[in-house]
Design a binder for this molecule. Sequence first.
Ligand code: ADP
Ligand code: MG
Length: 397
Amino acid sequence: MTFRKRTVEDVDPRGKRVLVRVDFNVPLNDAGAVADDTRIRAALPTIRVLLKGGAAIGLVSHLGRPAGRDPKLSLAPIAKRLGELLGRAVPLLPDSVGPEMKKAVRALAPGGIVLLENVRFHPEEEKNDPAFARELAEGFDIYVNDAFGTAHRAHASTEGVAHVLPAYAGLLLKKELEALGGILEDPAKPFLAIIGGAKVSTKMDVLRSLVPRVDALAIGGGMANTFLLARGLSVGRSLAEPDRVTEARLVTDDVEGNGKELLLPVDVLAAPSADADGAAGAAVYEVDEVPAHLAIVDIGPRTIDRYAQVIRRAKTIFWNGPVGVFEVPAFASGTRQVARLLAESGAVTVVGGGESVQAVEEAGLADKMTHVSTGGGAALELIEGKTLPGVAAIPDR
Ligand code: ADP
Ligand code: MG
C-alpha cells in the first residue's frame, strides 16, 4: 500500500525548528520509571532522521489522564529513558506552552532536542482548542506527527496544530498506516483474521470491516462464547453477551454464506473461575459439553490444531485479541500458541490491539512478526475503516 501523506522524507529539515508529536504514553513501574519503552524506541527513526537532517526538535506527548498538573505524570522518567536510548541528555521543559518554552525553543541550535512536559496538563489539549494549538506551535517552523497511538484523537497536539504549521507524517505513522492499511487494501490471499478478546460488543465494527475482506475468520477468547450461544450451545458461567447473539449470528451467516471458513472453538479449557483460583479445577471439554458451573477461559488443543492448519495456508494474517484469559499463566496456552504459530508462519503477520500486542511481547516474539502495532485503539479504528483525525489533518503529497 502506498502512503499518500506528506512525510518527513518530503522535507529538508535543515535549520528548521520541528515540533514532533510522539506517543510516549508508556507504562511506568511502581518506582516511577519506564516499564516498557517500546513506544519510545518506535519513535527513534523519526527523531534520528530529523536530527541528522540538521533540525532542532521539540518533542510533545501526553502521559496518562492527568486532571491538571500532576507531578506523578511528569515526562521526566521518559526524558531520562530517551536520553539513554539516544546516548545524549534530553532536557525536559517545565511546560508544553508559555514564555519559558518559547525561549528554550528559540535557543535550540540545529541538532538540538528537548522534550516538552505532559501536554495534557492543559485541559485545552483534549478540547482541541485552536488558541492552545497556536501556543504549542510558537517558535516552531514545521510539525511532524509520529504519534500513531493517539492519531484517533482530535486533540490540539495531534490535529489542531496541523492546521497552524506545515504538517508531515513521521516514519512510525507511515509504517503503521502501510502495515494496517495494507491489510485492508490489498492483503495477499488467503487472508486470515484471528479475533479474540473479551467482548463481541467492542469488536463488532472490526468484524464488520474484516468479514468481506477475509478468506477465513477465527474467533477465540471471551467473544467466541457469544458465537457459541448463537450456535445454540451452552457456555456455562463464561463471559458472554446474550444481547449480541443476533449480531453474532449475522456475522456467522455472512462468513459461511460466502463460502468462507469460520473457525470457532471446537474444544475449550473451562474452569470454576477465570482468575488464578480457577486454575486447579480447569479441564478441557468439547464445546457442546461445557458444564454449567464452569467458565470458558481458553481455547483447547484440537482448536489450536485447526488454527494451525489455517495459519499454515494463509499468506496474510491479522491478529487482534487474546484467545484466552492469558493474564493467568494456566489459561495462556492458546494465546501463546497462536503467537508462536504466527511467528513461525511465512505469512505477512500483523498484530494490533492492547492485550494481544502485550501477549506477543511477553512471548518475546514481537520481532518475528511483520508488524506489531504501537496503537491499540488507533489500530482498531483504522481496521474498522474509520478516518483517524491525526492522519487526515496531514496534507497529501
Ligand atoms: P485487545 O486489547 O488485544 O484488543 P481485548 O481488550 O478485546 O483485546 O480483550 C483482552 C482481554 O480479553 C484480556 O484481558 C483477556 O483476559 C480477555 N479474555 C480473553 N479470553 C477470555 C475469556 N474466555 N473469558 C474472559 N475474558 C477473556
Ligand atoms: Mg484491550
